[in-house]
Structure formats: structure tokens, C-alpha cells
Design a protein around this ligand. Structure first.
Ligand SMILES: [Zn+2]
Length: 173
């Protein structure tokens, strides 16, 4: 994994501990999925709940150090790990960003550890951010804020909790 990046032992340990939970979650999910429906307990598709679980992804909120989140595919399961110290809106953005990595960068055999301090690859981070901002904010919402309410990008940046440059990108695309 991130051998070439500066990372504390604590951060590394937090990632390994999270991955252990992820492996267990993947095993449980696979057992449910491959068990005939009539034998499943508490099985619910929850179609009204818009979330990445629609895709069969596992989202785990875990204690992580120096890392906001990451995506991993194990046992044919996609797992999105989110730092449990994130606020709800931060967690939502990081989750969408990780989904971007999962969908856009699935041919790249690399773990994208997302922190505020290290940039593994700007190119991949920018595309995951752009994916996330499109997923979370519709054209209608963007147009209402900029055209009807005439908010500035700085105001929207605070409202959405993301950098101004990313708001500018969303407004222009
Ligand atoms: Zn990333």
C-alpha cells in the first residue's frame, strides 16, 4: 500500500485495523448475498434510502488517523471506509469522492488514501472530487444558488463545505 508516502505508525495501524473490519464485513455480506433469499435473516433492500448500498457497496465508519477515507475492493466487495470523526457533510463528500475512485479508477491497482496532507496523485484526486461534486449537487441546485439567490462561489463553498475552486468547476460544467 502506501509505502512511498510519509505516514505515521498510528495512521498505518488505523488503516490495517479498519481493513480487518472490512474483511469481516465483506465476508458477512457475501454470505448473505449467496444465501438463497428464503434463508436470509432481516434482508431488506431499502429502496427509499439513497445510498451507495444500492450498488452493494459496504460503507464503514471507522476510527482512522491522518486519513479521511479510502476505498478497497476485497472478496469481490467494494468497501468505502470513512473516518468516524468526520461531520455528516464531510462524510457525505468523502463517500462520494471514494465512489468516484471506485468507479473511475478501478483499473488502477492502488489504494487511494485520502488525507488533507498527502496528495498521492493530483490527477486522480481532481477527477474523484469532480465526480463527487456532480453526484451531490444537481444542476437545479447549482442554478438556484447562482442565478436565483445570486450567491458567490465563496458563499457556496462555505455552504457545501468544499474548496472554492471545486465550486467554480461545478458552476461551469
Ligand atoms: Zn481521493
Amino acid at each position: 500500500m502506501s509505502d512511498s508516502y510519509p505516514m505515521s505508525d498510528e495512521a498505518r495501524e488505523s488503516i490495517l485495523a479498519a481493513m480487518k473490519l472490512g474483511l469481516e464485513a465483506a465476508k458477512i455480506k457475501n454470505k448473505e448475498t449467496y444465501t438463497p433469499k428464503k434463508y436470509r435473516k432481516g434482508w431488506c433492500r431499502c429502496p427509499h434510502k439513497p445510498s451507495v448500498s444500492w450498488l452493494g457497496y459496504i460503507v464503514l465508519s471507522v476510527p482512522l488517523i491522518e486519513v479521511r477515507g479510502f476505498h478497497q475492493k476485497i472478496k469481490r466487495r467494494h468497501i468505502i471506509y470513512l473516518n468516524d470523526a468526520l461531520s455528516e457533510s464531510e462524510a457525505q463528500f468523502v463517500c462520494a469522492h471514494e465512489l468516484g475512485h471506485a468507479l473511475l479508477h478501478n483499473q488502477i491497482n492502488r489504494l487511494f488514501l485520502d488525507s488533507n496532507t498527502y496528495f498521492i496523485s493530483r490527477e486522480f484526486e481532481i477527477s474523484a472530487d469532480r465526480f463527487a461534486v456532480h453526484l451531490l449537487h444537481t444542476d437545479e441546485e447549482e442554478e438556484a444558488l447562482t442565478k436565483v439567490y445570486q450567491y458567490t462561489t465563496a458563499q457556496i463553498s462555505r455552504m457545501w463545505g468544499i474548496p472554492e475552486a471545486l465550486v467554480e468547476y461545478r458552476v461551469n460544467h
